[in-house]
Design a protein around this ligand. Sequence first.
Ligand code: ATP
Ligand code: MG
Length: 240
Amino acid sequence: MVEFSKVSKQFGSHRVLKSIDLAIDPGEVAVVIGPSGSGKSTMLRCINVLERVSEGTLLVDGISVLGTSRDVRRIRLEAGMVFQQFNLFPHLTALQNVMFGPIRARGKSKAEARDIAAALLQKVGLGERMDHYPSQLSGGQQQRVAIARSLAVGPKLMLFDEPTSALDPELRQEVLKVMQTLALEGMTMVVVTHEMGFAKRVGSRLLFMDGGQLVHDGKPADLLSDPPSERFADFLKHID
Ligand code: ATP
Ligand code: MG
């Protein structure tokens, strides 16, 4: 579903991703961890072409991120992204926020979009809150609306960039639960998070990035129970 081959990314002379090789198969849940500045967000942003790779090849569902503008549009529809900040439209209700993508990006009628949005809000546990505005929802509820909004476009792949970092601990679980359900349904996911419980429970892969390199790549239980490097062991001590 996602294939990095010798992918590098530079900002000016600063190499932020250094020759990344990585293949993520359909249905996998890859959890990405690593110190601040190690390139985690940049890696996600290259996948849905918010950043352009500088070198190498990156295919998303077989389509090159360096392809035509039509290719890039297809990739953006196939790869949904959820950010740390929920970025909902403040002047639209939860339902209207989720209806936006199907209308704009998929050309659905209002009635069709409403059905899609209502079903997804139900699914993320917000069936009773569809007519609330973002300011009337908790952070955890807003993030679940943001997930529903991404799903509404019909992505094949979901990218999450620290989706629970802006939330109080008691609100994190409700978001993680929605993500776990998605994973169980077979959604391919790349998740930047330091929630190690989630990584162990839900992740099929754990990727450790450091200094723009993909340093470790393995099963979460294996890497966590037997850290392959001192750097990694040290990093684990400093999260939570
Ligand atoms: P964090 O855990 O803090 O979110 P990260 O692992 O997600 O960190 P990135 O945001 O990918 O790290 O950034 C990697 C490096 O690239 C950092 O040194 C950052 O300053 C740099 N960088 C990111 N975006 C840009 C940009 N648009 N222009 C210049 N440098 C950038
Ligand atoms: Mg980041």
